[in-house]
Each structure stands twice: as C-alpha cells, then as structure tokens.
Write a protein that binds this ligand. Sequence first.
Ligand code: SF4
Length: 84
Amino acid sequence: MAKCKRCGIKTVLSEADIERMVGEVRSMPRIRLTDEETYEKRLTVCRSCEKLEYGSTCALCGCVMQVRALMRDGHCPFPRKPKW
Ligand code: SF4
C-alpha cells in the first residue's frame, strides 16, 4: 500500500477511511467547523478541480479535501485565485 512520504497516510483512501477521518475531526471540540452548506459547496468545487487526486487528496497542499473543507477558517490553496 502506497503511503505519503510526509505524513504516512495511505495515498488512496477508502470511503470508510475518509468517513472515519471526518468523524474524528467533527468530534474534536477545539476544531471550529464550517456550516454544512458551505462544506457541501466546497466539496463540489474540489470534486471538479484538476488538482484533486485519488478523489480525496489536494495535490497542492496534500490535505484530504473532505477534512480540509470542514475547517471554518480553511481555504483553498489554489494559486492567485483560490476556488473557495
Ligand atoms: S482545495 Fe482547492 S486546489 Fe485543492 S482540490 Fe480543492 S479546489 Fe482544488
């Protein structure tokens, strides 16, 4: 199984992997989450982005987009014109 050299996370995540990660972040009391409408809009943008790899990883920052998009203060790292 291929893993990211930097963080050790599997390169290709299953839906179960992603759901578990999202659930863990949602349960962290100190993490400020965005609202559901914004979250869904961000996911839609990411899913059509040419920088999305394996259906879950942003090639620009290496983040799992389903997790990054959850963050209230999160932003898209797309150069010059962030997509969200
Ligand atoms: S965070 Fe931005 S650059 Fe990364 S996949 Fe989503 S839309 Fe694309």
